[in-house]
Design a protein around this ligand. Structure first.
Ligand SMILES: [Zn+2]
Length: 111
């Protein structure tokens, strides 16, 4: 009895609630190799995001989201980066591209 789950057949609520993207946690910092890193939440965190920040699992990044905003921050050396091969990250970039449109790659990050 295998009841096939209706996987991605229909997505009931679009864009209404911004769910946290599920990303693969990196094994180690690409710069210093430390294993202590935190998720960077860019933009305005939702409740899930705030909980992660309160639990010390995440840090609040810059206040707006851009194409190349990093997802991870090393607690050891402060290096921040993102994994362009991560499926969750790709999805997020596609979404951003649709929202921001214009296909322009602007690098206007204040850090
Ligand atoms: Zn590091």
């Amino acid at each position: 009895m295998t009841k096939a789950q209706s996987g991605d057949a229909a997505v009931p609520n679009k864009a209404k609630s911004t769910r946290m993207q599920v990303l693969r946690k990196p094994q180690a910092c690409p710069k210093c190799g430390a294993h202590d890193m935190k998720r960077i939440i860019a933009g305005r965190p939702n409740r899930e995001g705030w909980e992660m920040i309160e639990n010390g699992e995440a840090v609040h990044g810059c206040c707006f989201v851009s194409f190349e905003s990093p997802d991870w921050r090393c607690s050891s050396c402060g290096h921040h980066w993102f994994d362009p091969t991560d499926p969750g990250r790709k999805e997020m970039d596609n979404l951003l591209r649709r929202i921001l449109g214009k296909g322009k790659k602007e690098r206007s990050m204040h850090v």
